[in-house]
Write a protein that binds this ligand. Structure first.
Ligand code: ZN
Ligand code: ZN
Length: 136
């Protein structure tokens, strides 16, 4: 997402096209491996899509997000996502592989024990579209 517009990556290359390309938008950017963004063309023929972050209003604001495979879920709490360990009550930060030590317990009753919610990174960016979370 850049300036409110969303882009889709083409075949894992550095080329990203506006998500409204199908609607005739010619905007495109390049995202270099080092994270730099080249604004090849950021003139859109439409306003930015209206994305809203989901809030379910529950006390703990927990969300279960299906993964791409659809078989597992990520647990989202305070904007951070956690992965379940072997279908137990233990969940570890999705960025554990990057050295984040955050973890919690989530009981079938819905109770959450925040064992450690100190993350060494910013929360992942998710958007909610038609009630479905999409990772940016
Ligand atoms: Zn566009
Ligand atoms: Zn983390």
């Amino acid at each position: 997402m850049l300036n409110g517009y969303t882009y889709s990556q083409i075949n894992y290359t550095v080329h990203w096209f506006c998500s409204s390309k199908m609607a005739g938008c010619l905007a495109r950017i390049r995202r270099l491996p080092d994270g730099k963004i080249l604004r090849v063309n950021t003139v859109h023929n439409h306003p930015p899509p209206n994305y809203v972050v989901c809030h379910d209003g529950k006390k703990e604001n927990v969300k279960m997000i299906p993964t791409r495979s659809g078989k597992k879920f990520l647990l989202m709490l305070d904007s951070f996502t956690y992965s379940q360990i072997n279908y137990s009550v233990r969940w570890v930060c999705s960025s554990k592989a990057q050295g984040c030590e955050a973890r919690l317990r989530y009981y079938p009753s819905g109770e959450i024990v925040r064992v450690n919610t100190q993350h060494n990174h910013p929360p992942p960016k998710y958007i909610c579209r038609n009630g479905v979370y999409i990772k940016l």
